[in-house]
Write a protein that binds this ligand. Structure first.
Ligand code: PEP
Length: 259
């Protein structure tokens, strides 16, 4: 598939996998996906497995490591938190920020997410900033406003240069872990809308160059249609990234499309 922006296929393992299970999964992926060139593959294990997964992918040219969260602070008395520099010790390159589960269960605000994004950039980590509407918001016709507010708030204070190293993930809350994915057309419409917001907030170049991933019940059976959309630059995969064969198939799609 010809796309002008380099694709990212990311797996968010959430609070799954012991260290042994994580190594097992990533070793399998590294073997099977060694020839993938057209996409960056990002695995985001829990913090406890970062060190070992980092060692396991040392020789891999196309699998990068991501974290699922980080603190907005660099150091100090913040019990239970992890700083960006600590992630860097394990060669982490990406960090998921503002996932809807954190917005929901940890009450993370757009303001906090923007602080984390700035801290990530200060440590040369690439944030994957998640945005998405709930079903109630969509049905009430508030989706566009909600997304605009999240985009504006979560990216506040980022420079155009930092935006070049920032990824956005559109993850409708109603599609996460529910088995109900947005149709390709729905995803395309929202991604184009987000690009329009980026044009207003930054400039046309930022709007054109920013990678926008879709996330929400991506599976082997629906990835092809989603990836066929011009503004879908990859996927952020939860449940299906825990299964080696499913994740393999998801990555396989866009690197070796069927005729
Ligand atoms: C996610 O949590 O980022 C996600 C997209 O989950 P799932 O694929 O399971 O819906």
């Amino acid at each position: 598939m010809d796309k002008e922006r380099k694709l990212i296929i990311a797996g968010n393992w959430k609070m799954n996998k012991t260290v042994a299970e994580a190594i097992d999964l990533v070793n399998g992926l590294a073997r099977e996906l060694a020839k993938v060139k057209d996409a960056d593959i990002v695995v985001c294990p829990p913090f406890t497995a970062l060190s070992d997964v980092s060692k396991a992918i040392l020789a891999s040219k196309n699998i990068a490591l991501g974290a699922q969260n980080m603190s907005e602070n660099n150091v100090g008395a913040f019990t239970g938190e992890i700083a960006a520099v600590m992630l860097k010790e394990f060669s982490v390159r990406y960090v998921i920020l503002g996932h809807s589960e954190r917005r929901m269960f940890q009450n993370e605000s757009d303001e906090l997410i923007s602080k984390k994004a700035r801290a990530a950039h200060a440590a040369a980590l690439k944030p994957i900033v998640c945005v998405g509407e709930t079903l109630t918001e969509r049905e009430a016709g508030r989706m566009e406003k909600v997304l605009e507010t999240q985009i504006q708030g979560s990216l506040a204070g980022l420079t155009k240069e930092q935006m070049a190293e920032t990824v956005i993930a559109y993850e409708p809350v109603w599609a996460i872990g529910t088995g109900k994915n947005a149709t390709p057309e729905m995803a395309q419409e929202v991604h184009a809308r987000i690009r329009a917001d980026l044009r207003t907030l930054f400039n046309p170049a930022v709007a054109n160059d920013t990678l926008i991933l879709y996330g929400g019940s991506v599976k082997p059976g629906n990835v092809d249609g989603l990836m066929a959309m011009s503004d879908v630059d990859g996927v952020l995969v939860g449940g299906a990234s825990l299964d080696e064969a499913d994740f393999h198939r998801i990555v396989w799609f866009e690197t070796k499309p069927k005729n």
